[in-house]
Design a protein around this ligand. Structure first.
Ligand SMILES: [Zn+2]
Ligand SMILES: [Zn+2]
Length: 135
């Protein structure tokens, strides 16, 4: 995605969409992509706050590994301001470690009727629709 990685002067990571207004980021699923250089398969481990940990070995090209050839890491964050879920990625590339943001494809707690992901467990609708209903 190529968004700037912004950190407030107090050390808080900012949402890639909201910038300084989006410092309320809630850490969600962490995904580790373990791969020997150019290997056909990658081991994908996911640790989520409300789900059992999963480990899968899948073809590298289907994996969403942020690194083209080696190891990668993705940490998903949910932003209170825009309700967006973004993943901070760390990709090994020719010995460098590149940081970037990408829009998350993760299904957190299902999908709301409006098409947005549901951000919290035990809810049927997304936060935006919930807020709308409370008015
Ligand atoms: Zn945001
Ligand atoms: Zn909704």
């Amino acid at each position: 995605m190529g968004s700037e990685i912004r950190i407030t002067k107090d050390g808080a990571l900012c949402c890639p969409w909201c910038g300084e207004d989006g410092e309320y980021l809630h850490h969600q699923c962490v995904t580790v992509y373990e791969r020997v250089e150019d290997a056909e398969r990658v081991t994908v481990t996911r640790v989520s706050p409300h789900r059992p940990t999963t480990v899968e070995i899948i073809p590298s090209r289907e994996s969403d590994n942020p690194s083209a050839r080696r190891n990668g890491l993705a940490i998903a964050f949910w932003c209170e301001s825009c309700q967006g879920i973004s993943e901070l990625t760390i990709a090994q590339h020719k010995g460098f470690s590149h940081l970037d943001w990408r829009k998350s494809k993760l299904e957190m707690f299902g999908t709301c009727a409006c098409g947005s992901p549901i951000e919290s467990p035990g809810r049927e609708i997304c936060f935006a629709c919930y807020s709308e209903q409370q008015k």
